[in-house]
Design a protein around this ligand. Structure first.
Ligand code: ADP
Ligand code: MG
Length: 711
């Protein structure tokens, strides 16, 4: 982590049995891994029957006094010892079966630490057979008694802290670790203590202690064994380290871009860019004008543009990108536009061509997708390498090595979140004579500032906030079909009404096969609800050609209702579609639903989006989430809802398991200040000592950097 590691083998530091058990439970073999197993909570010494926050099945550890005890025999003659533990605030019941030892020790008035798996019996929290360790009474601290069972007794394996009473009297906070069966919080505490006790003072890996922060040495110790001031300062420092690693990665990328050269493409009077501008069927919004001015300036420079354009679905990003591309075409160079799906690539190809043609612009658009026939592909590749093609639109296929550009001057990436850094860089590497193409990344998922800084920190940001004139807001409703069957009936009626008024509808399903899938829904709707209307399906298993045909047919008005998966999520533009029904909407994420909804309301007609759900529980959180999405169309507000409804780690990629995750503590909703400080420091560090900066983040592999950006 950020220039620090502790590669000592746990097997060399800990008793063999402990090292083995830790490896088995968590897979850790090095000291660094164990030291980055941070507490999930802290219990204050003397209190701590703190089970409110824990859930059924969690392993909890607590310190409390036995306030009630009873030994009895069950009907089958089993000895049963039950006690109530209290910290003065919360009560917890613990039960022991067939255990004489606890029965003799755990009497009223005894203080002890307990650790066990939490369950609930009639809403009362309880643990069965907890490990425990007797403690001296409050007024007799320092007196030594070492009696305990199970995991707690394992603390005795560590010479240094086998005197648990002493340990406790010295500490105000005890770390409560994420535990597993066979590896309790106590055992981890003992092991970590041992690792820390044998860890020499860690020199500041950054070469400096960040302003207002504790030293790293303090932090890595204090996060586990905080003093009377508690763990907060230590947490802040470790969060800062996490933020700084991300910030350095971004600052390095920025520095890298600044060192590259691009061909300057200043606007040319009387060029194609001007012609399109003059020939547009609508006036540009103020926001569009402003972004175009920013892009025009960027493209005129010899430093490659690196710009992120974020704007609501339907805010008119495409025409902005196209005007930029024409500036590059005017300078005699080519442009590539990368789309996340074939459907979208083909559609972009079509709509760009139409826009250019209608305005009398002379620029050729070539589409390249994976599912084109060999002959088609060969022709496209030829056009690209010969320079015939001014604008190339395609999917991932564009990044393949077989694609060679004559003179690539600009890359536009639509709906960035589907692409990783590496893919982006590969395309950028396709410039001529060591030149780097200008880059414009577009996203309809608004990015909260903290994420923008950390994840897109290497890009300048432009934002389109308004929707082009005349667009009616989309009215959204939640349709809880099981709770309110009549609403569902009404929803289907509304769809029919829209179609009868000459409009079209989307029905989105969370899957292709099985109940509620595209195929089954299409079948049922064709036969029952929408008999007599024209329905079609669209999903990812269809061939590219089939998909194109269906989309073209739908765009031309030949299909009334399109039943599809989320393949229509991004960019698809059919202004006549005025209603969307999302089935089992709880299966989709916040931004996904927002994206989907953006497929309607594009033609100045009042539009409607219906989020169907089968949820039966009125209080289910997913229902509240759907309602929140229905209640607002402000993408930035939604991005926040999204962020809040997910685990932070999730934001940066779900597949990252414990040890590889680079962000364990940093919160993108709460730690703005830390992130800002880290960004400032990273910029300074990279400017001052680039080598050090690079060294500090060598452990962040490219794929890690990539998932950061895919979020
Ligand atoms: P997105 O930002 O989601 O990619 P698009 O670029 O697809 O949005 O634009 C959505 C629709 O709005 C398109 O049909 C486009 O032609 C139209 N549009 C773009 N700019 C304007 C404008 N200034 N006035 C009216 N319509 C516009
Ligand atoms: Mg778009």
């Amino acid at each position: 982590m950020l220039g620090w590691s502790d590669e000592r083998k746990l097997a060399d530091i800990l008793p063999a049995k402990e090292a083995r058990a830790i490896k088995k439970a968590f897979g850790y073999t090095t000291a660094a891994e164990l030291l980055q197993h941070y507490a999930r909570d802290y219990s204050r010494h003397g209190s701590g029957v703190n089970v409110e926050a824990a859930a059924e099945g969690d392993v909890v550890t607590c310190v409390g006094e036995v306030t009630w005890a009873n030994t009895s025999y069950t009907s089958t003659g089993k000895l049963m010892h039950r006690i109530v533990i209290s910290d003065g605030r919360t009560m917890l019941t613990a039960t022991f079966f067939q255990a004489k030892f606890p029965a003799t020790q755990l009497k009223v008035g005894v203080r002890a630490m307990f650790s066990g798996k939490l369950g609930f019996y009639r809403d009362t929290p309880q643990i069965s057979h907890p490990d425990y360790l007797l403690l001296p009474a409050e007024d007799q601290r320092g007196a030594t008694r070492k009696v305990g069972t199970g995991g707690l007794r394992n603390l005795a394996a560590y010479g240094d802290i086998s005197d648990v009473d002493a340990l406790l009297s010295e500490r105000d906070f005890l770390a409560v670790y994420p535990a597993k069966k066979g590896m309790t919080s106590w055992r981890l505490m003992g092991a970590i203590h041992q690792v820390l006790a044998t860890l020499p003072k860690v020199e500041e890996p950054l070469g400096f202690t960040p302003e207002g922060m504790v030293s790293f040495d303090d932090a890595i110790r204090g996060i586990h064994e905080p003093g009377p001031e508690g763990p907060e300062a230590h947490r802040r420092r470790l969060k800062y380290n996490e933020a700084l690693s991300l910030a350095i990665v971004m600052a390095l990328r920025r520095a890298d871009t600044e060192n590259r050269r691009a061909s300057a493409c200043p606007p040319i009077a009387g060029g194609q860019q001007e012609r399109l501008r003059a020939g547009l069927p609508f006036p540009l919004t103020r926001g569009q004008e402003q972004v175009i001015a920013e892009i025009t300036a960027d493209l005129s420079a010899v430093t490659p543009m690196s710009r992120l354009l974020q704007g609501e679905v339907g805010s008119g990003k495409t025409v902005v990108a196209l005007l930029g591309m024409l500036q590059v075409v005017d300078a005699g160079r080519q442009c590539a536009m990368l789309a996340p799906t074939e459907v979208l690539a083909v559609q972009h190809g079509r709509s760009l061509t139409t826009m250019l043609m209608n305005a009398g612009v002379e620029a050729s658009v070539v589409v390249l997708t994976g599912s084109m026939s060999v002959a088609q592909k060969r022709q496209a590749l030829l056009d690209i390498v010969s320079g015939q093609a001014d604008i190339v639109v395609g999917t991932h296929a564009l990044i393949q090595d077989t694609v060679e550009f004559f003179d690539l001057g600009m890359v536009v990436v639509d709906e960035q979140h589907r692409f990783g850094v590496e893919q982006r860089d590969r395309l950028r590497g396709k410039g001529r004579d060591e030149m780097t193409p200008h880059l414009l990344v577009m996203t309809a998922t608004p990015i909260p500032r903290t994420i923008a800084m950390t994840v897109f920190g290497d890009l300048a940001v432009s934002t389109l906030r308004e929707l082009p004139g005349g667009r009616k807001p989309i009215q959204s409703s939640v349709v809880p079909a099981t709770l309110r069957p009549k609403w569902m009936t009404r929803a289907l009626e509304r769809i029919r009404e829209e179609v009868e008024a000459g409009h079209q509808a989307y029905v989105v399903c969370p899957r292709i096969e099985k109940e509620g899938g595209v195929l089954a829904v299409h079948d049922a709707f064709s036969r029952f609800s929408f008999e007599g209307l024209s329905l079609a399906v669209l999903h990812g298993r269809m061939s590219g050609e089939e998909k194109d045909r269906v989309m073209a047919d739908f765009a031309a008005g030949g299909i009334d209702i399109l039943v599809s998966t989320t393949v229509i999520e991004v960019g698809v533009d059919v202004p006549n579609a005025t209603v969307m029904l999302v089935l089992e909407a709880e299966n989709f994420g916040v931004s996904q639903l927002h994206q989907l909804r953006g497929r309607v309301g594009r033609g100045g007609h009042a539009s409607l989006c219906l989020f169907h759900t089968g949820i039966e529980d009125e209080l289910h959180p997913a229902l509240g989430r759907l309602q929140a999405i229905a209640d607002t169309s402000d993408g930035f507000r939604l991005a926040e809802i999204d962020l809040l409804s997910r685990q932070e780690g999730d934001v940066l990629g779900t597949s990252q398991s414990g040890t590889d995750r680079k962000v364990k503590m940093l919160s993108f909703t709460e730690d703005l200040e830390i992130i800002e400080q880290a960004n400032r420091d990273a910029a300074r560090l990279v400017a001052r000592d680039r080598e050090l900066a690079e060294r500090l983040v060598t452990d962040i592999a490219v794929d890690n950097q990539e998932y950061l950006e895919k979020s």
